[in-house]
Design a protein around this ligand. Structure first.
Ligand code: PMV
Length: 282
C-alpha cells in the first residue's frame, strides 16, 4: 500500500541476524524484515490518546502545521520482544501521516529521529530495516546497504515469554562498557567480525556457515551478559531439534530466539518467517 494515499501506514516486524548491541558502538550489523507480523496505523477520529504525543512529533517531523489528525494502531508485533515494535510504530505512523509517499531512505531517517522518544540512543538499525523492508547491512553514520540473499532461507522465531526494555538493556551494556572498556570493545569487535562473515554466508547462500555464525553470535551475546536462562534453553532446544543455528535477536534478556531451520523442521511454538533468495534491490 502506498503511504499517505488513504491515511494508512503499514510496517513489518524485524529481527537482527548479526551485530545487536555492537552496532550501538559503531560495528556493522545485519537485520532482516519479518513479514509475518506487522503493524498498521490509520487516521481515525477519535484517535488513541496514548498515541497523541508521538503523532504530534511525527506531524512536526513531516513539516506539517496545525493539529495532527487522530490515529489508531493495530499490531501483531509483541512489545519488548526484540521484534522492532517501536520502529514499526514510527514507520507506520509516518506513512499514515505523510501527505505523499516517502522515499524509503527518507522514511528511515525520519523514523530514526522519532524512535529516540522510545529509547534514548537507538542505533537506527530497527527503523532502517523496517522502512526498507529488505535485509540490510547497517553501520552507524554510513549509507545503508540492501543485501542480496543467495538462496531462500527459512527461520523460526521462538518466544521466551520474557519481556525486557531495550532502553534498560542498552543502558546496562553502556555501564559495563564504562567499567570494563577493553573487554567490551573486544566483544564488540568479535560481533563485528561475525557480522562480516555472516554477510558473506548470506550472500553466498551458505546455510551451514550462516547457522554456525548465528550460534557464534549468540555465544558472544552471552558473554556480553544480555542473554537469559530462557533464551539459552530455547537456543539449545532449537539445535537439538535440528536447527542449523540459533541466537537471541534484539536487545536480549527476553524476547525471541531466531533459529535457521531446514524445510519441514517444526519446533513447538515456532513462528515461521522466510527470506526469499534474490539480488539486492530486486
Ligand atoms: O530489542 P530491539 O528490537 O529494540 O533491538 C535493539 C537492537 C540494539 O542493538 C540492542 C539497540 C540498537 O539501538 O541498535
Amino acid at each position: 500500500m502506498a503511504e499517505g494515499e488513504d491515511g494508512r501506514g503499514w510496517a513489518p516486524a524485524k529481527a537482527i541476524l548479526f551485530g545487536e548491541h555492537a552496532v550501538v558502538y559503531g560495528r556493522p550489523a545485519l537485520a532482516i524484515p519479518v513479514h509475518g507480523m506487522s503493524l498498521e496505523v490509520r487516521r481515525q477520529a477519535p484517535g488513541d490518546p496514548g498515541l497523541q504525543e508521538v503523532t504530534a512529533e511525527a506531524w512536526r517531523l513531516l513539516g506539517q502545521e496545525g493539529e495532527p489528525p487522530g490515529v489508531r494502531a493495530a499490531s501483531s508485533i509483541p512489545v519488548g520482544a526484540g521484534l522492532g515494535s517501536s520502529a514499526a510504530l514510527c514507520v507506520g505512523l509516518l506513512r499514515a501521516l505523510s501527505p505523499e509517499p516517502l522515499d524509503p531512505r527518507e522514511l528511515a531517517r525520519l523514523a530514526h529521529r522519532l524512535e529516540h522518544r522510545f529509547h534514548g540512543t537507538p542505533s537506527g538499525i530497527d527503523t532502517t530495516v523496517v522502512a526498507l523492508g529488505r535485509p540490510v547491512w547497517f553501520r552507524r553514520g554510513r549509507p545503508v546497504e540492501e543485501l542480496a540473499v543467495g538462496r531462500p532461507l527459512r527461520f523460526l522465531l521462538l518466544d521466551s515469554g520474557e519481556r525486557a526494555s531495550t532502553a534498560e538493556v542498552v543502558a546496562e551494556v553502556r555501564r559495563r562498557h564504562q567499567e570494563d572498556r577493553a573487554n567490551l570493545e573486544a566483544l564488540f569487535d568479535a560481533l563485528g567480525w561475525i557480522a562480516h562473515s555472516g554477510r558473506r554466508a548470506l550472500q553466498e547462500g551458505d546455510e551451514a556457515e550462516l547457522g554456525r555464525l548465528m550460534l557464534a553470535c549468540h555465544r558472544q551475546l552471552q558473554d556480553l551478559g544480555v542473554s537469559s536462562a530462557g533464551l539459552d534453553r530455547l537456543v539449545e532446544r532449537a539445535l537439538a531439534a535440528g536447527a542449523r543455528g540459533a541466537k537471541l535477536s534484539g536487545a536480549g534478556r527476553g524476547g525471541h530466539v531466531l533459529a535457521l531451520v531446514p524445510e519441514g523442521l517444526e519446533i513447538e511454538g515456532g513462528r515461521e518467517t522466510r527470506l526469499a533468495g534474490r539480488r539486492a534491490g530486486a
